[in-house]
Design a protein. Sequence first.
Length: 187
Amino acid sequence: MATIRTSWSESRPVLGLDIEARPGPWGGKDFTFRHMLSLALGYSGDAISYLAPGFLKYELERAIMPLREGNLLVVAHNARYDLNGLNGMMMKLGLQPLPPQLVCDTWADVMKHGFMFSKSLGNMAQRFGVPSKGHMSEVDWERVYEGDPEALEKLKLYNCGDVSTVLALRVVLLERGILKPPRRWAP
């Protein structure tokens, strides 16, 4: 389990997190609600836990227990999207919201770069020599929404791949000195 020093006397476990979502019901005008499809989370070097589409309330509650226990560093790419989406899904299911988290965001916390490169996860992985996270085409997503078994397996690999990629990307960005310090996220 990887850790990060957050002060001279403390280290925290590092937990990678990624959600995948699809468009949900129409909300009027140009607004569409989202629906969380899946969740992947894991510690560097450990197996990644995965909740597939159709997960049950108790499965989600069990999966996020490390986030409830605190004392973690949560790593995500566009963490606000992932944590806000996860928190919203939990409230939608009648679960207690997430507590505040210490977060490292490999999208938002990269030092200013003058828009000289894309900060998409796939692009940053390639740019900084991190193994590829995979790709989902528009057709793949349509097949996931239809429940196609092959597409659902591809979604699992993609979602878990995002977690592995973001954990490895964090290490490289820290080594290069271009990642800002972690900060607090609160619901």
